[in-house]
Write a protein that binds this ligand. Structure first.
Ligand SMILES: [Zn+2]
Length: 397
C-alpha cells in the first residue's frame, strides 16, 4: 500500500507523506505533538490521520501514560505493512537481510564468496534467498518496497553498474549491470550504493540520529573505505563512486602501493601492506606467495597473523599508527562527532582498536570532542543501511 500511496503522490498526498514521515521518525506520537510540529489545523490533522489509518500505513499504538484525564492516543507506523531487502556483496560474503519499516531484521542469510562466485551465480543464489523470504513471510511484490544493493566501489550508482572492484575475487565482476539484473527477477525499486555509505547510514539510525556527523571507516582486509554522514546525509563523492580514501597519501616517500603511487594508507594497513612489511623484517610469518594470498579467506589471514611472533605483532600494531594518521586527517577535515571503526584488526586483534584511537587523538585538533566506537550493527550495517536508503528514496523530493 505504501508504494501505491507514495510512488507518484498528488499534492494532497505530499502533505500526507510529510505527516507519515514524522510519525515514522518520532512515533509513537500523539495528535497534539504532531500539531505542534506541523502547524496543521486539528480538524485537518484528524482527517489526515484517518486516511493514513484507513490505508493501513499507521496504527493506534496505545495511550500516553503520563497524562491526567483522558489519555491521548498514540500513533505509530504499521511497520509490517511493507518490507525491504538489503544485499551486501563483499569479498568475503554476500549478506542478505529482510527488514520491516522500522529496520528491524526479520530474517538474514549469507553465503561465502569464492573464486567461483561469478555475478550470475551470486544473483541466482540471492534470488533463491529473496524468494524464500517472500514465501516464508507472505510478502508479495506490492509489499516489497525495494531491494538495496551495496558493495565496494568503484561503481556507477546512477546506472546501477558495479565498475571494477579491486577486491572481489572472481574475475568477471567488472562492468556488472546489477540493478538491471535484479530488476529482471524482481520488478521493484532497486538501488546501488557504496557499502561504507550504507553502513554509515545504518549506524546513524541505530544511534537515533543523535550524531549528525559520522565517519564510518572499514580498514584492514583487502582495502580501506569510508562513509561520511554530514548533517544527517551521506556525503556523496561523485557520480562514479570510488574508494579514494584507501589511497590517501600519508607518507611522501612511503611504500609503493598497488595503485603505483607511494605512501597510500592501504600500503600500510591492508593485509597485503602488512605482509610486505613483514617480509622486510623477516619474522615468523609474512613470506606468503601471491597464489596463496589470492585464495586466502579473511579467517585464514587473521589466523595466520595471530599465529605470528613478536615481530608480527609489532608490525601490525605499527600499522594502527598509519590508520590513526589517516583518520585524524579526515576528522580534521569533516568534523564528525562519532567515528565508527570496522574491520578484522579492529574487531579481532589485541589492542589494535585502542591503539588506533590513541594515534588518532594525538593528531586531531585539541578542541574536537569525538566518540570512537565499533558501531552497533557490526557486519550487518551495510546491508541494513541499503534497506534504509530504499525507504529514504521514497521521500527524497
Ligand atoms: Zn594507492
Amino acid at each position: 500500500m505504501l508504494k501505491l500511496f507514495f510512488e507518484k503522490p498528488t499534492s494532497k498526498k505530499q502533505e500526507l507523506k510529510k505527516l507519515y514521515l514524522l510519525i515514522h521518525k518520532y512515533g509513537p506520537i500523539n495528535k497534539n505533538e504532531l500539531i505542534e510540529m506541523t502547524n496543521i489545523k486539528k480538524t485537518t490533522l484528524v482527517r489526515m490521520i484517518d486516511e493514513l489509518l484507513k490505508n493501513n500505513l499507521i496504527k493506534e499504538s496505545g495511550f500516553e501514560e503520563k497524562s491526567i484525564g483522558r489519555p491521548p492516543i498514540l500513533y505509530d507506523v504499521e511497520q509490517e505493512s511493507n518490507f525491504i531487502i538489503g544485499i551486501h556483496i563483499s569479498r568475503m560474503k554476500t549478506n542478505v537481510v529482510l527488514v520491516d519499516l522500522r529496520y528491524n531484521q526479520i530474517d538474514q542469510e549469507s553465503f561465502a564468496m569464492t573464486s567461483i562466485h561469478t555475478p550470475e551465480f551470486v544473483i541466482m543464489k540471492v534470488e533463491n534467498i529473496i524468494q524464500r523470504f517472500m514465501e516464508m513471510f507472505d510478502i508479495d511484490e506490492e509489499k516489497l518496497l525495494g531491494i538495496g544493493i551495496v558493495t565496494t566501489g568503484p561503481l556507477n550508482r546512477n546506472d546501477g553498474i558495479i565498475l571494477k572492484p579491486e577486491s572481489l575475487l572472481e574475475a568477471n565482476w567488472g562492468n556488472v549491470h546489477i540493478v538491471k539484473m535484479i530488476q529482471e527477477k524482481f520488478p521493484v525499486r532497486v538501488i546501488l550504493e557504496k557499502s561504507s555509505n550504507a553502513a554509515a547510514t545504518a549506524e546513524y539510525h541505530a544511534a537515533n540520529s543523535v550524531h549528525k556527523n559520522i565517519l564510518f571507516c572499514v580498514s584492514g582486509g583487502w582495502g580501506m573505505d569510508c562513509g561520511i554522514i554530514m548533517n544527517g546525509e551521506i556525503l556523496q563523492e561523485n557520480y562514479v563512486s570510488t574508494n579514494g580514501y584507501g589511497h590517501m597519501i600519508i607518507d611522501v616517500d612511503g611504500n609503493v602501493c598497488s595503485c603505483g603511487k607511494r605512501g597510500c594508507i592501504v600500503a600500510y594497513t591492508s593485509f597485503k601492506g602488512i605482509l610486505n612489511e613483514l617480509n622486510k623484517v623477516k619474522g615468523l610469518v609474512g613470506n606468503m606467495n601471491d597464489e596463496l594470498f589470492q585464495k586466502a579467506s579473511l579467517n585464514d589471514m587473521m589466523e595466520y597473523f595471530l599465529q605470528g611472533d613478536k615481530i608480527t605483532e609489532d608490525v601490525i600494531i605499527r600499522s594502527s599508527q598509519y590508520l590513526g594518521i589517516g583518520l585524524s586527517n579526515l576528522i580534521n577535515l569533516f568534523n564528525p562527532d562519532l567515528v565508527i571503526l570496522n574491520g578484522p584488526f579492529i574487531y579481532d586483534y589485541k589492542d589494535y582498536f585502542i591503539k588506533v584511537i590513541e594515534y588518532t587523538k594525538k593528531n586531531i585538533q585539541k578542541e574536537k570532542e569525538v566518540i570512537f566506537t565499533q558501531g552497533k550493527l557490526k557486519e550487518n550495517a551495510a546491508a541494513v543501511g541499503s534497506a534504509i536508503l530504499i525507504f529514504d528514496s521514497y521521500f527524497l523530493d
